[in-house]
Design a binder for this molecule. Structure first.
Ligand code: GRF
Length: 196
């Protein structure tokens, strides 16, 4: 069994889309994979309630309780690696996890660590992607699923979706349009990886 551990910080709508896809597309039967745990760095992350409702184990690791980024990542690694199975190390899916990870963490999960970013990378790495895309006069925006490397919001691209930027768009309106595409491409990209 390949255990997937999803890291969130907030709403967890991408996490929920992945959990639903895993159920509907029978990832367990087809790929020998299941969403084993959802971990948040924030106790108030709304996504935790959904994970619990689906009988997925949850954990909260408050980054503020750790003296350094390295200490937090070491604790996180220990929890995630508790989901290793005899045949497979866990897969780690970042889904709105608002923490920069240390190079050591990234190296530890190399090839098994993916992220979704709400822009058409390599454009607009970092925060406030929708406002920046509107301000730059972009006619298209979108989302990117990528392998995580030590270089923030870079790493090999696994999937992308583009949406139009409308003249009337606010960052919020554009974010909602992009998010609905995220829910489509993220589960698809993960299924694609698991099938290899
Ligand atoms: C998504 O837009 C994701 O790309 C970004 O943060 C948002 C998280 O949304 N990194 P959710 O928690 O999955 O609802």
């Amino acid at each position: 069994m390949k255990n997937i551990v999803i890291l969130i910080s907030g709403g967890g709508s991408n996490m929920a889309a992945i959990v639903q896809a895993a159920q509907q597309q029978q990832w367990e039967r087809r790929f020998g994979a299941r969403v084993a745990a959802v971990i948040s760095n924030k106790a108030e992350a709304e996504g935790l309630a959904y994970a619990k409702s689906q009988d997925i184990s949850t954990a909260v690791l408050d980054h503020k309780a750790y003296a350094s980024r390295e200490d937090f990542d070491a604790a996180l690694t220990q929890v995630i690696d508790g989901y290793a199975t005899p045949a497979h190390q866990p897969w780690v899916v970042l889904a709105g996890f608002m923490r920069i990870l240390t190079p050591g963490f990234v190296a530890h999960y190399a090839g098994r660590l993916v992220n979704i970013h709400p822009s058409l990378l390599p454009a607009f790495a970092g925060l406030n992607t929708h406002r920046r895309a509107i301000e730059a006069g972009c006619q298209f925006a979108g989302a990117t699923v990528h392998q995580v490397t030590a270089d923030l919001d870079h790493g090999p691209i696994l999937a992308q979706a583009a949406v139009p930027v409308l003249p009337s768009d606010t960052p919020e309106a554009l974010a909602a349009r992009v998010l609905s595409q995220e829910h489509r491409i993220y589960p698809q990209a993960i299924a694609n990886l698991l099938s290899k």
